[in-house]
Design a binder for this molecule. Sequence first.
Ligand code: FES
Ligand code: FES
Length: 179
Amino acid sequence: MANRKPEADGKAHIKLVVNGEPTEVAFAAHKTLLEVLREDLNLTGTKHGCELGECGTCAVLLDDQPVLSCLVLGIACEGREVQTVEGMADGPDLHPLQTTFADLGAAQCGYCTPGFLLTAQALLERNANPTREEIKDALAGNLCRCTGYIKIYEAVELAAARMRGEQAEPSHESIYGRR
Ligand code: FES
Ligand code: FES
């Protein structure tokens, strides 16, 4: 991996893989990965929040690791793999996390949801059966201002169970009960 210098047109040109697709993109060299995704690749599922590394709404996966895309320069992504929320579904089939977030009402306005989904995906890829505490730790950098966190934790637990092949259904309480 080498950072690319701006070329004669003043733009950085890089090749990377975005959601499994080899991609070339040119952009103003000062841009963050968040800006490149949203403004140059039209992948607006990644949300723009604090731009200070404090809210987690811009989280994406960079080489399978969650990163805050507002803190990563686009030119640092030469040759790397980026996954955004647009890459979570498999064709028409939603990722189990997307399904359980919908089943349990784990999103309200949805602004924070892409960051939660991708951070949770990375967790479940390294730990198929996380405890509630491990889920809390993994999602500690993601803020939600309207759903409350309990439903989000329950959705991650339900997705993990389904991904392990268990016949897991949401409890009545987790759908209608407390937050
Ligand atoms: S927009 Fe990146 S952490 Fe808030
Ligand atoms: S669902 Fe609105 S901020 Fe989380």
